[in-house]
Design a protein around this ligand. Structure first.
Ligand SMILES: NC(=O)C1=CN([C@@H]2O[C@H](COP(=O)(O)OP(=O)(O)OC[C@H]3O[C@@H](n4cnc5c(N)ncnc54)[C@H](OP(=O)(O)O)[C@@H]3O)[C@@H](O)[C@H]2O)C=CC1
Ligand SMILES: Cc1cn([C@H]2C[C@H](O)[C@@H](COP(=O)(O)OP(=O)(O)O[C@H]3O[C@@H](C)C(=O)[C@@H](O)[C@H]3O)O2)c(=O)[nH]c1=O
Length: 285
């Protein structure tokens, strides 16, 4: 039977669309700015679970448009999760490392205190709370630093800038796990399937690529794998001011995800190689 995916052209949504048994609904079919209409539509779609891969992900823009971001990231997931609960469908909500303020150097546990440092993180945390409060089987899967061959992400920015310049300054004191969207899609599908028979596994889980690195180290590996000659100079966060504050420590402890769902942290360097191969194949067509 079909799993309903909210989102169609986003990084994770596209990877979900490539898996068997997924029915992906982009905003032209389900515009989450009207959550009640989407919930009504959900009631007419036969499916076994719902995966929410739709969100407002423009971190800096959320600072000035928090109400819009809140509608998509908090209100809509809450309404959809309540509709799913009424229909007896498990609901998988993807969330973010940006719910943590990033203090310390230890990986965050799923039940560690949250304190979002920016508007995007606040809206995603409100979404977590709404989904958890909806009353149905659910998983809140926090991931980080998502990349894929499509859409807006750090590796694609680096590929563009690295070909234009011979040197880039990149922050080296924010540490986290880059995560390939294809790995997140497979994890969401596995979790949705397990929740159908084991609703007692509901809860908050972490899933991020290994090993943890800084953005600067991530950039170096992107240039190495893509064979781009661009020097990376380490800089502190203070030397790269942005509208939204980003957490310094984005490390996520993923051991509960391994224990409950049997999912290992994915190797992001392998994901990066897959992404680069996909880009090369698409460019050669
Ligand atoms: N990007 C990242 O680095 C990280 C992302 N996450 C989380 O992972 C999830 C997936 O992110 P990612 O794949 O990067 O997102 P993208 O920004 O690539 O895609 C956003 C998705 O949201 C959908 N969407 C946007 N507005 C609406 C709307 N009004 N109605 C319906 N759908 C809408 C888009 O729909 P359409 O298909 O129609 O374009 C698209 O599928 C999100 O929950 C995000 O918060 C967590 C950690 C890191
Ligand atoms: C382009 C560029 C960025 N940077 C820094 C800024 C920032 O600290 C870091 C990453 O920048 P980005 O804007 O690409 O990343 P950002 O949009 O903050 O990525 C986040 O997106 C949301 C959706 C999430 O949920 C997070 O997990 C995370 O992936 O790189 C440099 O230091 N030098 C540069 O030349």
């Amino acid at each position: 039977m079909t799993v309903l995916v909210l989102g169609r052209s986003g990084q994770v949504a596209r990877e979900l669309a490539a898996l068997p048994g997924m029915r992906c609904m982009g905003r032209e079919a389900m515009d989450l700015r009207d959550p009640q209409a989407c919930a009504a539509a959900l009631r007419d779609i036969p499916c076994t679970a719902v995966i929410n891969a739709a969100a407002w992900t423009a971190v800096d823009k959320a600072e000035s448009e928090e109400a819009e971001a809140h509608l998509l990231n908090a209100e809509a997931p809450g309404v959809m999760a309540r509709a799913a609960a009424e229909l007896g469908l498990p609901f998988v909500q993807i969330s973010t490392d940006y719910v943590f303020d990033g203090a310390g150097t230890e990986p965050h546990m799923p039940d560690d205190p949250v304190a979002p440092p920016n508007a995007y993180g606040r809206t995603k945390l409100a979404g977590e709370e709404a989904v958890a409060g909806a009353g149905g089987a659910h998983a809140i899967l926090r991931t980080s630093w998502v990349f894929s061959a499509h859409g807006a992400n750090f590796p694609r920015t680096m590929l563009r800038l690295g070909r234009e310049r011979d040197r880039l300054t990149i922050v080296a004191d924010q540490i986290g796990g880059p995560t390939f969207a294809g790995d997140i899609a497979r994890a969401c599908a596995a979790i949705a399937a397990q929740l159908q028979t084991r609703p007692e596994d509901s809860g908050i889980y972490h899933y991020s690529g290994a090993p943890d690195v800084s953005w600067a180290e991530f950039a170096r590996e992107i240039f190495a794998q893509a064979d781009i000659s661009c020097a990376v100079e380490d800089i502190p966060t203070s030397a790269y001011p942005t509208p939204a504050v980003r957490p310094l420590n984005s490390r996520l402890d993923c051991s509960a995800t391994k224990r409950i769902f049997g999912l290992d942290r994915p190797d992001w360097k392998a994901g990066l190689a897959t992404m680069l191969q996909q880009i090369a194949e698409e460019e050669s067509r």
